[in-house]
Every structure is written in C-alpha cells, then in structure tokens.
Design a protein around this ligand. Sequence first.
Ligand code: SAM
Length: 247
Amino acid sequence: AGELYVVATPIGNLGDMVPRAVDVLHAVDLIAAEDTRHSGRLLKHLGIDTPMVPYHDHGEEHQSQRILQTLGQGQTVALISDAGTPLISDPGYRLVRKARQLGVKVVPIPGPCALIAALCASGLPSDRFSFEGFLPAKSGARQKKLSALADDPRTLVFYESPHRVLDTLSDMVAELGADREAVLARELTKAFETFLAGSLEELCQMVEEDANQQRGEIVILVSGAPEVAVSESEQRRVLALLMEELP
Ligand code: SAM
C-alpha cells in the first residue's frame, strides 16, 4: 500500500511553511485538502501543481473511499487542512484511522499549530494542559461544559470564534471564577499578533472595551484550578482517625 502524509501548513505566516512539507507536497501523487480553492492559493504560491481532491467532514465516507483506493494502488497522498495541523479541530481523524486499519503507513510532517503556538508563549503552566477545541456555540451547553472543567488542575486551551469571544469569556467568569489567570492569544504569526493576559474578569473587560480584540483568530488559555490545600486541622483529624485503626 501507499503512504499517507499528514502535513501541517501555516496558520497565517507563509514563512512558517516547513521545507519538508514543501518537498512532500511536491512529491506525492495526490493532495487531499479540506478546501481545494483555499489550499490552491498556498500551492500556487509554493509552485506546486500536484492534483487535489476535497476531504472534509461532509461526504467524508465517499471522499475517504476514493483516497483509500488511491493508497491501495500504492500511490502516495498528503492530507492538508485550511491552516495548521490537520485533525486538530480539523478533518482527518477518520481517514487516518481507516488508513492505519488497512495497513497504510501514516507519516506526520509536523509544523504550525495554533494551540501549541499560543501555549508556548502564554506564560501559563505548560507541563500539563487539556486542549478542549471549540466550546458549544449555545450558552447553556457551553456553561455546562465549562462547569465540568472547573476542577481540572491542568491549563485549559480553547479555540474560539471572534463573534463569541465575549460571551465565552463571561461564561468563563461565571463557571471558572473571576480571578482565574487567563491569556487571549490572537492573530498568531500575523501582523496583529496580540497576547492579552490577566484574570478572566480583566480579560472580559479588555475585550469588551476594545472591539479590535473581537476580530481575527483566537485561542483562549485558562490556568488550571488551584490545587486544594489541606488545612492543618484536617491533617490532624485524618491522622487521629488513622491512629485509632493502627494496632
Ligand atoms: N488545525 C488548526 C491548528 O492546527 O491550529 C486549527 C483549525 S480550527 C478550524 C481554526 C481555529 O484555530 C481558529 O478559530 C482559532 O481559534 C485557531 N487559530 C487558527 N489560526 C490561528 C491564529 N493564527 N491565531 C490564533 N488562533 C488561530
């Protein structure tokens, strides 16, 4: 069987295109793209004329069948999305899974990814984090999801649309607490790249007062729930209980 390359592309700055990704896009027999028109512009800029087929969530079954057939004939295919790393809040998971099940070799070509770019420059703890992708668009479902995350000690990373950023930040204040440290990373790698840092309440205010902060592409990072410190009296109480049980 052929090989499936999962290829990252820039999240704004074309200078972030990885040389190995360019080589692979040149060399493969077929490129499967989330939006062939959008990716067509990138390929043209790179001087690549490899044939393209669409691969997105609608019609996934049909499209993946065609791609898997190509792979089955021993040909090579590269999967790309509109921006960043495929499968990260982007299509690709089902295709990669089916390809592996058929014994196709799957090769990652790592590169830009908004969540990693935001996290590594945010100043929030990066040793453990939970990527939550997009929260539900409806407020009720969003609050429920946030409330389920309220005790998570890991840094939380979300993708958000500019139209919803203010509503989401105010739901975060309500569900995670006004004092929680957070960072809003906007327009990463582009001309207006901005990092806003503060408590959730402060971020909410900054975004409300400046409509520019409600534009472009956004990652929201929230520090994890503070580890609950056990008081000395509680420690003594537990110790006393244990002592009673000891022989
Ligand atoms: N696969 C992409 C990746 O690797 O980051 C993510 C695709 S997802 C459909 C698009 C979302 O990613 C945007 O709504 C935004 O939350 C985030 N994003 C993508 N590019 C970004 C950028 N340059 N700056 C900030 N956030 C970005």
